[in-house]
Ligand binder design. Sequence first.
Ligand code: ARG
Length: 397
Amino acid sequence: MAKKVVLAYSGGLDTSVIIKWLTNRGYEVIAYMADVGQGSDYATYKKRAIATGASKVYVDDLKEEFVKDFVFKALKADAVYESNYLLATALSRPIIAKGLVKVAHKENAEYVAHGCTGKGNDQVRFEVTIRSLDPKLKILAPVREWELKTRSEEIDYAKKNNIPIDVSKKKPYSLDVNLWGISIESGKLEDPYYEPDEDIYQLTKGVDKASAKPAYVEVEFKNGVPVKLNGKAMPGVSLIAKLAKIAGDAGVGRSDMIENRLVGIKSREIYEAPAGWALLAAHKALESLVLDRETLHYKELVADKYAELTYYGLWYTPLKEALDAFIGSTQKRVNGTVRLKLYKGTCSVVGRKSPDSLYKKELATYEEGDVFDQSLAKGFIQIWGLPYKGSHKGLKK
Ligand code: ARG
């Protein structure tokens, strides 16, 4: 009996070639396509996978779960990797890996496979997740070990083996898309000084092409999760899609960065996450209104750690789950509405309100109605500064 392997299949060149490469080595290949909002033509890819030699194809709609259990958790955490990356690709890997493991169990497969190279983070995210869910599954990573060293060798292999593909020998960039954003790398971007052509961007307009008038949007949050856009309740998946269009048209959501990969390589990355950056700005603005100072400051430390764990493929780990519990507890009061102004590549918070607001006008005001007893400040400052009284020698020679 052939050894069964479930392959995380995207429909692209690498994973198409993998189907053939594995069947040529005696495996029965089941193709698994996870729909995380990349908008692929699944019907066509399904036919292709079968034509290439897969015995079966799964198309798994994970969009809702992806938003609820991955994207919005990262949003509640305010997680951003190295100040510029909203983690679209990183967040999608654990859910895809989980789906892969489920299908492997259903199909009684001994193996799972992915199409990642040995230089990136995605291999780590897939494999750490797969092992944490089922350490008995054997993992195959053909791209890491096969003899096909270049893209044109892969294309030649595809032609020789009648694998249906629709690529030319030149592929300007490597793309990974889902509903939270897009990651663009390689090709000309490998020169960190090279300014990308406008046509590299898929979800955002350049500032010169962006709408001439500002777009205002109102986002309402419940327990830290966006639930309404411009007063209209909608599920997360649609809210993200709608907002991505508005923010993208206003030129909001681009990053161009040099990033530290887990495997030690620095790489040039272009990201687009128009809805993500708008929601992050709104979420943080609401938190600044409703969270007390110490919780807010502590949560900022947690945000960096959360982004790191996500980036490093440590999603299904005790620390990440413990941080979710902490973050979840802070989000109970993150309710309210934020008004954003999106204009020519900028996203500004212009208003915020909340039933859980901690803002007290009667304390802040310099006008009528002040209830703050300023006489108390004198003693407070003396005690606060007590340890430092006379301690600085700076003025003495
Ligand atoms: N550098 C980003 C990350 O590690 C993007 C990876 C893009 N992946 C891809 N297969 N093109 O999350």
